[in-house]
Design a protein around this ligand. Structure first.
Ligand SMILES: *[C@@H]1O[C@H](CO)[C@@H](O)[C@H](O)[C@H]1NC(C)=O
Ligand SMILES: *[C@@H]1O[C@H](CO)[C@@H](O)[C@H](O)[C@H]1NC(C)=O
Ligand SMILES: *[C@@H]1O[C@H](CO)[C@@H](O)[C@H](O)[C@H]1NC(C)=O
Ligand SMILES: *[C@@H]1O[C@H](CO)[C@@H](O)[C@H](O)[C@H]1NC(C)=O
Ligand SMILES: *[C@@H]1O[C@H](CO)[C@@H](O)[C@H](O)[C@H]1NC(C)=O
Ligand SMILES: *[C@@H]1O[C@H](CO)[C@@H](O)[C@H](O)[C@H]1NC(C)=O
Ligand SMILES: *[C@@H]1O[C@H](CO)[C@@H](O)[C@H](O)[C@H]1NC(C)=O
Ligand SMILES: *[C@@H]1O[C@H](CO)[C@@H](O)[C@H](O)[C@H]1NC(C)=O
Length: 902
């Protein structure tokens, strides 16, 4: 009853106001407060451009605003005064059609009416009569009651933008505007959920939303803790997702700026503009834009347009058989089959046909979307699409048997996948009344399964193979070292152990200087250099190197305390043949400027004479191998292991793609993952592979020290890339699951003085090569059995499954098939579904694990090279076969088996 009466009440009040409108003092802009009964229109405030209220600091204004100065859509808005940007709009769905429409403040609240007097928008019924309207310095527009308590505020009803310190609650959305001059709700939204903040494309028509970006999945963000997200807000130092207790869950650091305007653009991109002052008239350059790639937007190239390229250079084309459409995007040529939409749909199978897309063409949403079904075959996927009018096409991934139905109001853009080896899912677009799909001879039957002849070879042949691989490996290392010596040549850079995609100019001039012995000049100056200590200072800090807390491939590590009482770890690099000082300092500047919550921070360094020391933040729980493999103390609980996995993955993802210089770690292993109280997980020793001198056998030491984590490409002449780290990380993930080394021989590592790291600590000393066991249990879907027996079942089976699947994907022999580190992080934290491992690219594990059984020396050779344990020994000795219940419903599986970037 009240609901019905309410607009009528408003209207009767407005009729009186309309009569009085002419009497209102036109043009005088109120400051901070307005009181009932007040009316404003664009006409009444034509001198101020519709502005009728300003905040006390003058930064924000309330106005009757017509974006783009068109004359048919006026909105009750809040503007940023100096830039003129609209940060809020009330009547998005119902604009005022001309200058005389009114915005009115009465005791009933705020209302917008058309010139004819019909109600276009109003605040909901208020709990008490409104006594004032206040525009706060923050940009919040609030209705206050007689006691100044807030009755309603615009910050609770955001449109397409947020300003600094404006919270967006979990469950709330920003919705993009239809265009720059029409604030009607468009097809994109930014939604904050208890887990994340995500961009999605969809809109009306009742069909689904396709997610195409999420903050948690963006490598530029970092997760600080595990807690449900309560709200999102930007402030002067970045964008944050907060828990209900106002502590940070996710952070996205941004360059400091007193004012930010975060806007969901009409193209679907989220842009954060920063202003150097509250009253700055233009934003600083360098907006944060998400998603970062131009091809990642749903309509990057219009419907069915094919986007290719990366960063800021992208091009649009049409896929084969398609022609450019006059309305943007691509369409089928006029005389061929015709596309279907959900409006002119038919489910009559005899009429439908599917147009196959060329291999390597992917759909924008498949990067993030979960497959609609998993486990069925291609024809099942097709018939699912045929039977549903909302389905406009589908992608089917042979290797993971994942089926992605394309459902939205229309089809979005396609993009050229970066891995063009035909391993991508095959795409089909639904058409009608055309010839059957025949595009480009795509072979829709599964490729004939690869035969791994080597498995069938007698062990003698295997032995030969191993010897050959070993010889190749050594040969490659030798040639590599020669290349290192000629590192000033640009082509040598391609295989440097730490790969740099960008070289700073300082670096290049450095090469030119290389004849000058700058070792004794202490005045090397490189911008951004971290604190430089003298050797004497570090002697004092470490109390004359008294407390040794570890040793790694580069030298011993000592505990120290800086004069300000902060604890540090001082690493003394004892290797000879180091780089010259300038080169070293360049590296320090790079490493010292890398800040991420999951990366150990370099506090300073010392380069004095031949001495090289690094000063790191102190991590009180030491490296992961101690907690994970150590027999002292309780086993690391499953929850902690998940935190370690996610944190380490995020740290590596940042090294690979989050910072200016792409850094391949090259030595990912539990010894280089450090833990501290409060669940801190940090990657150590990144950027150091570069410090090794060219003439150093140290590289070989490193290699020996990390066998077990070495990707196959180390042994072939294939390029070392970030995917090499992904492989090593996959090994670490399996060790996290099992709680012991994958490489189970007890040979003391030359570089590891930590006696616990090489030893067994799980129950039982035998067992198969664990990665192979993981592969077998994966095939049987018996994941629980893989978990560390010491946990006695205190694991979450779905998480074990997820970690094992991700780990196996990381181990794919073909580097291009391994997910990127950011995808790994996303899959681990559940923001992306776990991809389905491709067994064909994992059979080499069987080769290493089983193929050498029966030849002790071959086992040893294999161990040395691959960290594998031969098949000898009791395969079940260490298994506590816990009862498993892996009966998964298809719906459960589909949420688990999402395919990440391929
Ligand atoms: C505003 O207008 C309404 C309706 O005419 C009237 O009842 C009310 O007293 C007015 N309030 C003020 C503060 O003038
Ligand atoms: C409400 O705020 C205004 C402006 O600050 C002030 O003048 C007024 O006294 C306040 N009223 C109450 C009841 O606090
Ligand atoms: C945000 O969008 C979702 C999905 O459409 C919807 O269920 C939810 O109600 C929206 N929230 C708000 C506050 O509009
Ligand atoms: C922004 O918020 C974060 C998280 O609450 C906080 O650590 C930081 O100090 C804030 N920045 C400023 C400038 O207030
Ligand atoms: C911004 O404010 C400062 C002082 O408050 C003033 O000096 C400056 O001129 C203002 N800038 C603009 C663009 O209004
Ligand atoms: C990409 O952007 C950078 C700076 O943002 C610019 O220097 C470069 O020229 C751009 N490249 C292309 C191809 O537009
Ligand atoms: C179905 O509708 C779409 C757009 O609404 C149109 O492009 C297409 O040609 C139609 N198909 C048929 C078979 O009529
Ligand atoms: C078609 O697909 C939509 C979205 O997945 C689903 O909600 C609907 O039930 C399906 N309709 C039929 C007939 O299967």
């Amino acid at each position: 009853m009240r609901r019905f009466a309410y607009p009528l009440l408003f209207l009767s009040v407005f009729h009186q106001l309309l009569l009085n409108a002419r009497l209102a003092a036109a043009g005088a802009v109120a400051v901070e407060y307005l009181y009932p009964n007040f009316t404003a229109s664009s006409l009444l405030f034509i001198d101020t451009g519709g502005v009728f209220l300003a905040s006390r600091n003058g930064v924000f204004q309330a106005a009757v605003y017509n974006p783009g100065a068109q004359q048919s859509r006026f909105y009750f808005s809040v503007l940023h005064a100096t830039s003129g940007a609209a940060v809020w709009a009330a009547n998005r769905a119902a604009p005022i059609p001309d200058r005389s429409g009114l915005v009115a403040l009465t005791p009933l609240g705020l209302a917008v009416t058309s010139p004819s007097g019909s109600l276009l928008w109003s605040t909901p019924p208020l709990a008490a009569p409104a006594a004032a309207l206040r525009l706060l310095d923050s940009g919040d527009l609030a209705l206050l009651d007689a006691r100044n308590a807030s009755l309603w505020r615009s910050f609770d009803h955001p449109a397409d933008a947020l300003v600094s310190d404006q919270p967006l609650r979990a469950g709330a959305n920003l919705t993009a505007s239809a265009s720059d001059t029409d604030f009607a709700e468009g097809d994109y939204r930014l939604a904050v959920t208890p887990a994340d903040a995500a961009l999605a494309w969809g809109g009306g028509g009742g069909s689904g939303w396709a997610q195409f970006w999420s903050l948690a999945g963006d490598v530029r963000s970092a997760k600080d803790r595990n807690a449900p997200v309560a709200y999102m807000a930007a402030n002067a130092s970045g964008l944050y997702l907060y828990a209900a207790d106002a502590r940070v869950v996710f952070e996205l650091p941004l360059p400091p700026a007193p004012l930010r305007i975060l806007r969901l653009g009409r193209d679907g991109a989220l842009r954060i503009s920063s202003y150097a002052a509250l009253n700055a008239s233009a934003a600083l350059g360098g907006d944060f834009v998400a998603p970062s790639g131009p091809c990642d937007l749903p309509l990057a190239c219009g419907p069915l347009g094919l986007c290719s390229g990366s960063s800021n250079a992208s091009t649009c084309a049409c896929p084969p058989l398609f022609v450019a459409s006059h309305s943007g995007g691509c369409e089928l040529a006029a005389n061929g089959p015709r596309l279907l939409s959900s409006s002119n749909c038919t489910t009559d199978d005899s009429n439908l046909s599917y147009l196959g897309l060329r291999a390597g063409i992917e759909y924008f949403a498949n990067k993030y979307a979960a497959p609609t079904t998993s486990g069925g075959d291609g024809p099942a996927c097709r018939s699912r699409c045929s039977g549903n009018c909302t389905c406009l096409g589908y992608f089917y991934d042979n290797s993971s048997m994942s089926c992605y139905l394309l459902e939205s109001r229309q089809l979005g853009s396609l993009f050229v996948s970066s891995s063009s080896d035909g391993s991508n899912p095959a795409g089909y677009i639904k058409t009608v009344q055309g010839s059957p799909s025949n595009a480009n001879g795509r072979n829709s039957s599964p490729p004939s399964s690869t035969h791994f002849v080597a498995i069938l070879l007698p062990s003698i042949a295997s032995l030969l193979l191993v010897a050959m691989i070993a010889w190749m490996g050594i040969h490659w290392w030798r040639s590599q070292q020669k290349k290192q010596m000629r590192r000033s040549k640009p082509q040598a850079a391609a295989k440097e152990f730490q790969l740099r995609w960008q070289k700073s100019p300082a670096k290049n001039s450095d090469y030119l200087d290389s004849n000058i012995d700058d070792d004794e000049s202490d005045d090397v100056f490189i911008p951004g250099l971290p604190t430089r200590f003298t050797f004497a200072e570090l002697e004092a800090v470490t109390n004359n190197f008294q407390t040794k807390i570890g040793s790694g491939g580069f030298g011993a590590v000592y505990k120290g305390e800086l004069p300000d009482k902060t604890l540090v770890a001082v690493k003394r690099i004892d290797a000879v043949g180091l780089q010259r000082k300038r080169e070293f300092c360049t590296e320090m500047a790079v490493i010292g400027n890398i800040r991420h919550v999951n990366l150990v921070r370099l506090r300073g360094f010392c380069a004095q004479g031949a001495r090289r020391l690094l000063v790191y933040e102190y991590m009180n729980r030491g490296s992961l191998d101690r907690s994970l493999f150590g027999s002292a103390g309780p086993a690391l609980e499953w929850g902690e292991r998940m935190e370690v996995a996610i944190g380490a993955a995020r740290g590596l993802a940042y090294l690979h793609s989050g910072c200016d210089h792409k850094i391949v770690h090259c030595d990912v292993k539990p010894e280089n993952i450090l833990l501290a109280d409060a669940g801190q997980v940090k990657i150590a020793d990144f950027g150091l592979a570069k410090l090794m001198g060219p003439d150093q056998s140290g590289l070989f030491t490193t290699m020996r020290g990390t066998r077990g984590y070495l990707a196959p490409e180390w042994l072939t002449n294939a390029a070392i890339s970030d995917r090499t780290d992904v492989y090593s990380f996959g090994m670490v993930l399996l060790e996290l699951v099992r709680g012991r080394k994958n490489r189970t021989d007890c040979v003391t590592d030359g570089d590891s003085n930590d006696s616990s790291s090489g030893s067994w600590s799980g129950s039982g000393g035998g067992g198969e090569y664990f990665p192979m066991l993981a592969l077998e249990r994966h095939a049987e879907r018996r994941y629980r059995e893989l978990a560390d027996p010491r946990l006695e079942g205190r694991v979450r089976e779905e998480e074990v499954e997820r970690v094992v699947k991700v780990a196996l994907c990381c181990l794919h022999e073909e580097p291009a098939l391994r997910p990127s580190m950011s995808a790994v992080a996303g899959m681990l934290d559940g923001t992306m579904g776990a991809a389905e491992p491709r067994v064909a690219s994992l059979n080499f594990l069987r080769l290493y694990g089983r193929g050498f059984a029966g030849s002790a020396s071959a086992i040893r050779a294999a161990n040395d090279l691959f960290g594998g344990r031969g098949g000898a020994g009791n395969p079940t000795g260490s298994m506590t076969s816990t009862a498993t219940t892996t009966s998964e419903s298809p719906s459960h599986m589909s949420s688990q088996q999402v395919s990440g970037p391929r």
